[in-house]
Design a protein around this ligand. Structure first.
Ligand code: TPP
Length: 557
């Protein structure tokens, strides 16, 4: 047996963890990893900015519910990727970030790309951040990092690998690489809590199920559908659980914010079964618009920190969401459930009323294009299983009005960090993980500027993503916020120029088109997908309208 490098030990361990693809941007500190990827045919999607590599690893993880891996070099590579680490942390996305750093032997010598304690900086925004100092420990520590990232509550981990640890030569047979890295072990609910939860649900007059990231990440879709159907309970989902119950299902009520439409006293939910949901932004914080203060809550959550965060919980269940719903179903099936058809009808009526309110905007015949018309044209012209990434600010709030998803993990949009500009990166990861599916990235004209050079990455890696820019020559959510909070005449530094974003895509070798009339948008989307090339459709939209969800959010300021 010969000698192998630390980078080789890392890649061998990742292969045991089923890692088939990584994202990154080269730096000399990482060279042995790049060489081992070459030897083992692990493709690296190399991006034009580390943050896009990080977001791509998130997009890969979010669309597959498996680990994403991102590589960033020492110093500026690390600082560039931090927004992605923070986003993965707040969204609970399982990503392993590998960062290079200067050699241990060069500690405190003011050498290139050094002088930062990368682990200290990453610690508060990861589940675990650690510096590997002994090459022989690489397999053990990488396996530990992977297990932590992929166990509930999932989240990012960061391993900092000094250049001389990655480059060290180790006798091949002297270090064992673990056979199995991933765990398949889930915390089970107490039978007593299952009985209590079912009793509360059965006695409710107007129960709802709210699903969130935990339900999605635990793969609870089938169990959710069964419970909803057996008990006749309508389902609302947060931004990550979209599609867990197909949007076409008669019991699907919409995203969590839509619960605010149930505003009359006789239509407010009285029991809420929250499955893997984190209360906060998507339940409108302390306000009772989404979750009535008087409602009784059953909270199924793998992280005890989330229980009781904003609301008193009647039945707390700290366990895996899928296993909890499975246990509930086992008992629920043999029980008699009240007829809930009237309550279900109330929710269907609320949905119909909301779409009626949107009708006037959709019927606008003259330019400028209403943003709602644009997002509707998108959902009407993409494949049934397309993945939609929602970036920008008002742009994705408009998309929330019309999005229909029948497959979980197919609408990837903002969570608690709300970092505009993450869309192209997320789309790259989603497309790499799902090469046969359409991937469309909806993005604001402000947001696209953050990583517009990623059209180059898409062209080089043959990723036929279609980006639709909602061009209102403004940081619209910011500008509207100023107008509402500070005054119509107090707009300051939130306007943009009407730029030819589509020409940037074309300049990198993709295709691009400007759209100024709504009739052109559907055909443009279809043509872009049939071209098989990355594309940018630059749509001139009306700046004036405010998405209904933002009315709700801004009303709280
Ligand atoms: C990285 C980052 N910087 C700044 C903000 C503050 N911010 C929130 S919304 C917004 C405007 C976004 O404009 P655009 O991308 O054009 O989307 P639109 O609102 O027009 O859909 C900004 C700058 C943010 N959320 N994230």
């Amino acid at each position: 047996m010969g000698m192998i490098t630390g980078g080789e030990l890392l890649i061998r361990t990742l292969m045991r963890a089923n890692v088939k693809h990584v994202f990154g941007l080269h730096g000399a500190h990482l060279e042995t990893i790049f060489q081992s990827c070459l030897d083992h045919q692990i493709p690296i999607t190399d991006t034009r900015h580390e943050v896009a590599a990080g977001h791509a690893a998130e997009g890969y993880a979010r669309s597959t519910r498996t680990l994403g891996v991102a590589l960033a070099t020492a110093g500026p590579g690390f600082t560039n990727i931090i927004t992605s680490v923070a986003n993965a942390y707040l969204d609970r996305t399982p990503v392993l970030y590998i960062t290079g750093s200067s050699g241990l032997a060069e500690a405190e010598t003011n050498t290139l790309q050094s002088g930062l304690d990368q682990v200290a900086i990453a610690t508060p925004i990861t589940k675990w951040a650690h510096r590997v100092t002994v090459p022989q420990t690489i397999p053990r520590l990488v396996a530990q990092a992977v297990r932590l990232a992929t166990s509930g509550p999932m989240g990012p981990v960061l391993l900092d690998m000094p250049m001389d640890v990655l480059g060290a030569q180790v006798e091949e047979g002297s270090v064992a690489v673990p056979e199995t890295v991933l765990l398949d072990s889930r915390p089970m609910p107490e039978p007593r809590s299952i009985d209590e939860a079912l009793r509360l649900l059965r006695t409710a007059a107007r129960p709802v199920i709210m699903v969130g990231v935990g339900a999605y990440m635990s793969g609870a879709g089938d169990e959710l559908r069964t419970l909803a159907e057996v008990t006749g309970t309508p389902v609302f989902s947060d931004f990550q659980a979209h599609g867990l119950l197909p949007s076409t299902h008669p019991l699907y009520g919409g995203t969590l914010h839509k619960m605010a439409d149930l505003s009359r006293p006789d239509e407010r939910p009285d029991v809420v079964l929250a499955v893997g949901v984190r209360f906060g932004l998507f339940t409108l914080g302390m306000s009772d618009l989404v979750v009535p203060l008087a409602s009784r809550i059953i909270h199924v959550e793998i992280d005890p920190k989330e229980i009781g965060r904003l609301r008193q919980v009647a039945v707390p269940i700290v366990a895996d969401p899928r296993e909890t719903l499975r246990a509930m179903n086992q008992n629920a099936k043999s029980q008699t459930w009240p007829d809930r058809s009237q309550w279900q009808q109330t929710i269907r009526t609320a949905k119909i009323e909301r779409s009626k309110r949107a009708q006037k905007d959709l019927e606008r015949s003259a330019p400028p294009i209403h943003p709602l018309q644009a997002v509707k044209a998108i959902v009407d012209n993409i494949a049934e299983d397309a993945i939609v990434v929602g970036d920008g600010a008002e742009a994705y709030h408009w998309m929330n009005e019309v999005i229909r998803q029948n497959h979980p993990g197919s609408y990837i949009t903002h969570g608690f960090l709300g970092a505009v500009g993450f869309g192209l990166g997320l789309a790259i990861g989603a497309q790499v993980a799902n090469p046969k599916r359409q991937v469309l990235c909806l993005v604001g004209d402000g947001a696209i500027g953050f990583t517009i050079a990623e059209f180059d990455t898409m062209v080089r890696h043959r990723l036929p993503i279609v980006a639709v820019v909602m061009n209102n020559h403004s940081w619209a959510a910011s500008q509207h916020f100023q107008e509402i909070v500070s005054g119509k005449n107090r707009v300051n530094a939130t306007e943009l120029r009407d730029a030819n974003y589509h020409e940037v895509a074309a300049a990198f070798g993709g295709c691009g088109q400007r759209v100024t009339a709504i009739q052109e948008l559907g055909p443009a989307i279809k043509a872009a997908f049939s071209s098989g090339r990355p594309a940018c459709i630059n749509v001139a939209i009306d700046l004036a309208p405010l998405p209904p969800e933002l009315h709700l959010l801004m009303a709280r300021h």
